[in-house]
Design a protein around this ligand. Structure first.
Ligand code: F0G
Length: 458
């Protein structure tokens, strides 16, 4: 008999989580103004709000924390992280930051001026926020197929080169300080980008003299998909693939809370010394001195280990199998989601799951609240609330897709938890005809409103 699959690790520490009754959850979510961000975590049974900073560190990462060097300048922890960054990505200059958006803040402070244009493949919301906050624009050049949830493509997060070239050719070069390629493409469903697309995007950028910035939050998962799906890469190691990806990049920003498997941290790295010199001052002003930026020594040590460990095939294989398990169970139950299953999450197709809720009443948010009520599971809306208002007209922007993201933290939950999630989603899908109304906004912040929005029943 062929032996079944098992994870390449065992569990050393556990953390208790609690179940609750539907009545309790009804009260809690009402008190949270129907915003899942406002719930206390002990009121959540299975927390799929994000895979960011929520993974389980390995024993070696914990051990590395104990040897963290907290010196203000020139700490050995900085050198450990620098070694990992140079080895994996081949970038000569880097600045540690407290997380991904801080890396964006540092580099965009050095690069962007009012009126600039920063094209990309579905910029993440903080990336777009940092661009629009500086009165710049962030045209989306993702391939159209990414918006068709039922279309199966191996690399559905790619840059549409024709759209990108249009932005390049219709605008003066000095208005385009960089192009952002996000791997994997979070907003489009954790969908990967092929090496071919990375290479061609880089070539186009080079032709127009535009630096290529790779938003690298889930770079290792993207490398896993290149290895397992793209011709010519099956025999290459994840580390070799990562190096090839970054040979095409001029700049990288990273939220290390994802594929670095740490609770906090990030950095920005680059090839150009002059850009580094400019960015350095912003790092010192916003984050901290250049050899720690926004990170403690112990955290830099844990990240150095996490980056090397999570670029091993077995680790990534275990993770992506678990995400696929959720997709397979949903297939069995006939529940529509962004196909194929992504690297870090399943994105439920809320419009198809709740066909009777009008878009003005926030379909994906409604599904998120339903899933919490059903089983204490917390996902996150990727729909009209996240899409926010148009900065010019202040009208609500209704995106092509209303999705509820169920992000799976690394090494945190077992397959049994995943089975509970799938069953809860199925129960809601089965009573979809009864769910006819959603929510209306009673309070919103002027920027990044989804974190603090308050809602009431429509
Ligand atoms: N870029 C991508 C692609 C991201 O997914 C994130 C964060 C960031 C940048 C910003 O990094 O949170 O460390 O400041 N994504 C998290 C998520 C929040 O849940 O997907 P950060």
């Amino acid at each position: 008999m062929k032996l079944p699959y098992a994870e390449p690790y065992r569990i050393k520490t556990t953390e208790a989580i609690r179940t609750s009754t539907r009545e309790e959850r009804e009260r809690w979510i009402r008190e949270a103004h129907y915003n899942l961000f406002k719930l206390d975590s002990d009121k959540v049974f299975i927390d799929l709000l994000t895979d960011s900073g929520t993974g389980s560190m390995s024993d070696r990462q914990w051990a590395a924390m104990m040897t963290g060097d907290e010196s203000y300048a020139g700490a050995s922890s900085y050198r450990n992280l620098a070694d990992a960054v140079h080895t994996l990505f081949g970038m000569p200059y880097f600045l540690p930051t407290h997380q991904g958006r801080a890396a964006e803040n540092v580099i965009f402070s050095a690069l962007l001026k009012e009126g600039d244009i920063v094209p990309g493949n579905s910029h993440f919301d903080t990336t777009k926020g940092h661009i629009e906050f500086r009165r710049c624009s962030a045209p989306d050049c993702t391939i159209d197929a990414a918006a068709d949830t039922q279309k199966e493509l191996p690399f559905k997060g790619e840059m549409d080169l024709e759209k990108l070239e249009r932005v390049f050719s219709e605008n003066p070069r000095e208005k385009i300080p960089c192009c952002v390629l996000t791997i994997t493409n979070n907003t489009a469903g954790g969908q990967p980008v092929s090496m071919r697309n990375i290479r061609e995007t880089a070539a186009l950028c080079r032709r127009y003299g535009v630096p290529l910035l790779i938003d690298s939050a889930r770079f290792a998962e993207n490398a896993y998909f290149i290895k397992t799906r793209e011709e010519g890469y099956a025999d290459r190691s994840i580390k070799e693939i990562v190096r090839e990806i970054y040979d095409h990049a001029d700049i990288m920003t990273i939220s290390a809370k994802k594929d670095g498997v740490v609770n906090m941290g990030g950095f920005v790295a680059m090839r150009d010394k002059e850009l580094f010199t400019r960015a350095m001052s912003f790092c010192i002003m916003y984050e901290g001195y250049i050899t720690y930026g926004g990170m403690a020594g112990r955290d830099m040590n844990a990240l150095a280990v996490g980056l090397m460990e999570n670029t091993e095939f077995e680790q990534l294989d275990a993770r992506i199998r678990q995400v696929r398990l959720l997709g397979d169970l949903l297939d069995e139950y006939g529940v529509p989601y962004q196909r194929p299953a992504g690297g870090h999450a399943i994105f439920l197709d809320a419009t198809r799951i709740l066909p009777r809720v009008p878009k003005e009443e926030f379909i994906a948010q409604t599904l998120g609240v339903e899933l919490y009520l059903e089983a204490g599971i917390r996902g996150v809306e990727i729909g009209a609330i996240l899409a926010d208002r148009d900065p010019e007209t202040r009208e609500n922007r209704y995106p092509k897709l209303e999705l509820l993201r169920l992000a799976i933290p690394r090494r945190l939950y077992t397959d049994n938890h995943i089975r509970v999630v799938a069953a809860a989603v199925k129960n809601i899908y089965d009573r979809r005809e009864e769910i006819t109304s959603g929510y209306r906004i009673t309070f919103e912040a002027p920027i990044l409103r989804h974190f603090t929005v308050e809602l009431d029943k429509a």
